[in-house]
Design a protein around this ligand. Structure first.
Ligand code: M6R
Length: 608
């Protein structure tokens, strides 16, 4: 939700912090700030607006001297984006400062308690209570003050804290918001995510809930919330810093779309061994897999859309009933989980608050949870009983593309594996499914290389007011994701409808020229979807069809057709989504939108 970076070492801190914040801007970008100790006092510079504003204000960090500092890039929750609400926040005599990612749920109570004791608040944020509460508890021992605060606050947080009294130290802690710390020869770092510090070190430590880290220039110590020192092992980050750079592409989103053939290969191929599907991470025998009676898939946003596809594919291939829930609904609806059920949570970031809560709810009821997760070491990855990683690498654009594609692959593998062990897939069908899966990377590449056609078409819809996406079955799941891609980055109103449902009300919105994107990849539903296309065309819609090569007859019902190569219908989503991602992207580019950082959004939603 917000990005945190901190540095203490031998170099000037501010340029290092700015450099790290730039890598974290995807986490929030409505304001930014830094606090650096200059040898006498802590100086804060902060401003509403993008990180660029802070860079200009501090001349790239040069005007903030000092070797110890913390920084923040914000996605506003409590209090509008403004200079005052930007982090860091000070205590009253400007000797303690804090940056925060997350939400302090009992901040109203704490604010009242502190106000009664004479503290004055200048911002509308929940974070400011932390600065004053630290002040309240600080009696010369910073570690004690931090842990006392942790005992008082409720909610989620990742914190970076500076005490002017102890300028050779930074304190960091977290609960349900991500935070890592790292060390290099030149100093120690804190960050919300690995890319922020990867330029300086590959040796990182994942901070666990309510652990406190005291960082000095040349070493760091870890403590429990009861101030007992603990030992932790570092993790070496294997992936390359280039993976989190644009590499010449105009936007991260475009680069990440182009990475999809690799992402699909990396998620698929390690799990195909000797012409079999081997998913060791499930930690379940074939007998245990065959005994699963129901699957609950829980996720948010695009991960939920992948889950909707998963429902069709698992039910179709394995004949296991699947319920798909939005995590924000699942966690509060007292879901019925019966003996023999398996819970699957899907998340790119592994930090989505609602998905994490759904995981915990399921575990608390005694159910094993499988996480399909992209970010290694994330909260969901660590708390799930078993983790099937999607090997998509760092995804920076707020609109997901490659991680979504990798999630689909993980779900296909699971579906085919379950179908196989339950005896519903014979040898011939199994070989054919594997062969089709292995073709997907090349087919995706081919679709990406033919991007001009969709780009030209997208340019015509830069001024569109509404766009509808329709499809049946898996095509409906594809429509959900196609619609989200368009609306989240281009701000054009868009809805996805099960094609048969349109005539129950929504068809009244179709006017002369309204664009309807009809997805029709499922042979059994092809004729039915054509009827729905004809219905909207009769009411003036302009119909874009996305269909398979063999369906040439669709040209009679559509105004514009994008063909995808032949694959097993269960895997069609992986291909049909490519032109829809490109469509959303090029419409947004044509409108001049900030594609990688759409308004009001952040990459990782760590609040509910
Ligand atoms: O990190 P997660 O996969 O848990 O995130 C879930 C959603 O927040 C995410 O998919 C969101 O909908 C994206 N903006 C979609 O592009």
């Amino acid at each position: 939700m917000c990005g945190i970076v901190g540095y203490i070492g031998t170099k000037q801190a501010a340029p290092i912090i700015l450099d790290g914040l730039e890598k974290l801007e995807y986490r929030g970008y409505d304001s930014a700030g830094m606090a650096v100790y200059d040898g006498k006092k802590i100086n804060i510079t902060k401003s509403v607006g993008r990180l660029k504003v802070l860079e200009n204000l501090t001349h790239g960090g040069e005007t903030l001297p000092g070797v110890c500092g913390i920084g923040h890039t914000r996605w506003a929750t409590h209090g509008a984006p403004s200079d005052t609400n930007a982090h860091p926040h000070f205590n009253k005599d400007e000797t303690i400062t804090v940056v925060h990612n997350g939400i302090i749920e009992n901040y109203i109570h704490l604010r009242q308690m502190l106000t009664d004791k004479g503290y004055e608040f200048v911002s509308d944020t929940d974070t400011e209570v932390l600065a004053h509460l630290l002040d309240y508890y600080y009696k010369g021992n910073p570690l004690e003050a931090v842990t006392k605060v942790l005992h008082r606050v409720e909610g989620s947080y990742a914190l970076g804290i500076l005490f002017a009294d102890c300028p050779d130290q930074i304190f960091a802690t977290r609960k349900d918001s991500p935070l890592i710390v790292g060390q290099s020869k030149e100093g120690c770092f804190i960050a919300s995510d690995v890319p922020a510090i990867l330029k300086y070190t590959r040796k990182v430590y994942y901070v666990d809930n309510q652990e406190v880290v005291r960082l000095r220039a040349d070493h760091m110590h870890f403590y429990t919330v009861d101030e007992e020192e603990i030992q932790k092992e570092p993790v070496t980050i294997e992936w390359d810093a280039d993976a989190a750079e644009k590499a010449g592409y105009e936007h991260f989103m475009l680069k990440e779309m182009y990475e999809q053939p690799k992402t699909v290969t990396d998620t698929l191929m390690p799990r195909i061994k000797d012409d079999d599907i081997v998913i060791d991470e499930l930690n379940m025998t074939d007998g245990e897999l065959a005994a699963i009676r129901k699957i609950h898939i829980v996720a948010c946003g695009s991960a939920y859309h992948a889950g909707v596809t998963g429902k069709y594919v698992i039910e179709g291939l394995a004949r296991i009933p699947v319920e798909v829930d939005l995590a924000s609904e699942f966690r509060y609806r007292n879901p019925i989980l019966e003996e023999g059920a398996m819970v699957v949570v899907i998340s790119q970031s592994g930090e989505t608050a609602d998905t994490l809560a759904a995981l915990r709810e399921s575990k608390a009821r005694g159910f094993k949870v499988l996480g399909i997760v992209n970010v290694v070491g994330s909260s969901i990855a660590r708390e799930a009983d078993n983790v099937m990683y999607t090997w998509a690498g760092p995804e920076i654009a707020v609109a997901t593309t490659k991680a979504y594609s990798a999630q689909l692959i993980a779900l296909y593998l699971l579906a085919v594996k379950l179908g196989r062990v339950r005896g519903g897939i014979d040898d011939q069908m199994f070989s054919s499914l594997l062969a089709d899966l292995k073709c997907l990377p090349d087919q995706i590449e081919m679709l990406l290389n033919n991007k001009q056609k969709i780009q030209k078409f997208a340019n015509r819809y830069v001024g569109a007011r509404d766009v509808f996406f329709i499809g049946r079955g898996i095509d409906y799941a594809i429509s959900l994701e196609g619609s989200l891609k368009l609306k989240e980055i281009s701000y054009i109103h868009s809805e996805a409808y099960a094609a048969g449902e349109l005539k129950h009300g929504t068809i009244s919105l179709i006017e002369e020229g309204t664009l309807v994107a009809a997805v029709s990849t499922q042979p059994d539903l092809y004729a039915k979807t054509i009827s729905n296309m004809v219905e909207v065309k009769a009411r003036g819609a302009f119909v874009l069809a996305v269909t398979c090569e063999e369906n040439k007859a669709i040209e009679k019902a559509a105004d514009y057709v994008i063909y995808i190569p032949e694959t097993n219908p269960y895997f069609a989503n992986s291909l049909a989504i490519i032109p829809l991602q490109l469509f959303g992207y090029y419409v947004a580019v044509g409108k001049g939108c900030d594609v990688d950082k759409p308004r009001n959004l952040a990459k990782s939603v760590t609040v509910e």
